[in-house]
Design a protein around this ligand. Structure first.
Ligand code: CP
Ligand code: NVA
Length: 313
């Protein structure tokens, strides 16, 4: 059973096919095959979501399937039923599971204990659907048909801000998989969780990124400047401290000017203008934030189509 819990769950050699499928779904929206026909895919969400929830619900529908949204607190999981029993029971009813939660171990356990494909829709550790959609967004701009993924090789992405957050972690994994260079800038003391460093080492990417406390150094020669919120979901009690120490890391026009002249600006959204990025940069012609958001739909449809088991299997 194939799952998508982290970037490296697809091999590099599989990505051209995956990206081509996302491209096909985008080009032929409403007129393509329905590989989820007759299937129901459940979505267990323990955190808020706009893009991920809507793109998965719409995507499952467009692939011919039925999305079943389950707020964690509306099912017995929220009252203490075990992950293992939840996985076993849902495997008897539905054909795939999409999970947004805090502890990454939960998505791993759902995958291990169930018998259906599981997709990570964000944990505290990783956000792989975001990075695949982002990489597809870049491949659309830089690549050509038949070699979408190769166009990313050797390019540099600079991640500025909360360098230990899920999106930063996922971009480290993604950049290494794709052969991109990645440089991160943020305040000292906000490192990735030890669990992420273990994962990175296990993947053979322990030295696969650069870190600096100087945002100008990080963005030098960058093709992409990327940021995310300073206060991720679950970190709300640290809000004042995070805003205080991360304020030198706002992506503004001056910082963008220090990257390559044609550098793109990316953000997974939601954005907090005035904190991690200025409104001017969000609205600038360099910003491709809404292409990123749209491509969540097309890429996630491709991921589900690749993971789906035939109906009745
Ligand atoms: N980027 C992203 O995952 O957004 P949502 O939290 O709105 O799903
Ligand atoms: N790092 C953010 C991403 C939101 C899509 C969070 O976890 O809240």
């Amino acid at each position: 059973m194939k799952h998508f819990l982290k970037e490296t769950d697809f091999r590099l050699s599989e990505l051209d096919g995956l990206f081509a499928l996302a491209h096909e779904f985008k080009a032929h929206r409403g007129r393509h095959a329905a590989p989820l026909a007759g299937q129901t895919w459940a979505m267990i969400f323990s955190k808020s979501s706009t893009r991920t929830r809507v793109s998965f619900e719409v995507g499952i529908h467009e692939l011919g399937g039925n999305p079943l949204f389950l707020n964690r607190n509306d099912i017995q999981l929220g009252r203490g039923e075990t992950i293992a029993d939840t996985a076993r029971v849902l495997s008897r009813f539905v054909h795939g599971l999409i999970v947004r939660t805090f502890d990454h171990a939960e998505v791993q356990q759902l995958a291990d204990m169930g018998t259906i494909p599981v997709i990570n829709a964000l944990t505290d550790l990783l956000h792989p659907c975001q990075i695949y959609a982002d990489a597809f967004t870049l491949a659309e701009r830089w690549g050509r048909s038949g070699d979408l993924v190769g166009a990313l090789r050797g390019r540099k992405i600079a991640f500025v801000g909360d360098r230990g957050c899920n999106v930063a972690n996922s971009w480290i994994l993604g950049a290494n998989l794709l052969g991109m260079k990645i440089s991160l800038a943020g305040p000292a003391g906000f490192d990735a969780a030890p669990e992420f460093n273990q994962l990175l080492a296990a993947e053979g990417y322990a030295n696969g990124y650069q870190f600096t406390t100087d945002p100008y150094e990080a963005v030098r020669d960058a093709d992409v400047v990327y940021t995310d919120v300073w206060v991720s979901m679950g970190k709300e009690e640290e809000t004042a401290e995070r805003i205080r120490v991360m304020s030198p890391f706002t992506v503004n026009a001056g910082l963008m000017a220090a990257a390559k002249p044609d550098a793109l600006f990316m953000h997974c959204l939601p954005a907090h203008a005035g904190q991690e990025v200025t409104q001017e940069v969000l609205d600038s012609p360099r910003s491709i934030i809404f292409d990123q958001a749209e491509n969540r739909l097309h890429m996630q449809k491709a991921i589900m189509a690749k993971l789906a088991q035939p109906a009745g299997a």
